[in-house]
Design a protein around this ligand. Structure first.
Ligand SMILES: [Cu+2]
Length: 155
């Protein structure tokens, strides 16, 4: 009997870490699509990046940091109507709920590229690194596009 018990615990000790590992691997990577940077006139200091983020997991995925070599800083912003006035607010992170798709747009969440180091022309490719709270990092190349809709900046 004593030997059987020992084998049981030894097996359990062997199995537990591998089970935890399998749990991690089940987590699917967030899907990024339709990403683009808004073209701005030469000399413009800021522009915005838009992405559609789809979370195929059951749990939330949180975007916590964005960076790009084309600008001094990148911030997650939320465009809001406040007493009839559109204003932008800096939010520290952006949660994409399990099974949800979040589409960034000029009148909602967007990523502000602040302090542009060069003029971004229509068709240019902008490298961007997205860092998620779980430690995952995703690199994308967003194409610069002209947008029809005007975006007012009031920081
Ligand atoms: Cu903004």
């Amino acid at each position: 009997m004593k030997i059987k018990c020992w084998i049981f615990y030894a097996l359990l000790a062997l199995l537990l870490p591998s089970m935890a590992l399998a749990g991690n691997q089940i987590k699917k990577e967030i899907e990024l699509s339709d990403f683009y940077v808004r073209a701005v006139p030469p000399g413009a200091e800021n522009t915005a990046l838009f992405i559609t983020l789809t979370n195929p997991n059951k749990t939330d995925v949180v975007l916590s940091k964005v960076s790009s070599p084309v600008c001094r800083a990148a911030e997650i912003h939320l465009m809001q109507h406040k007493a009839g006035v559109m204003s932008m607010e800096h939010v520290p992170e952006l949660a994409i709920k399990g099974g949800d798709t979040l589409k960034l747009s000029p009148d909602g969440y967007h990523i502000m590229l602040i302090g542009l180091k060069k003029t971004l022309k229509d068709g240019d490719s902008v490298p961007v690194t997205l860092s998620f709270k779980d430690g995952n990092k995703v690199k994308i190349n967003a194409t610069v596009r002209r947008l029809m809709k005007k975006m007012k900046h009031s920081h």
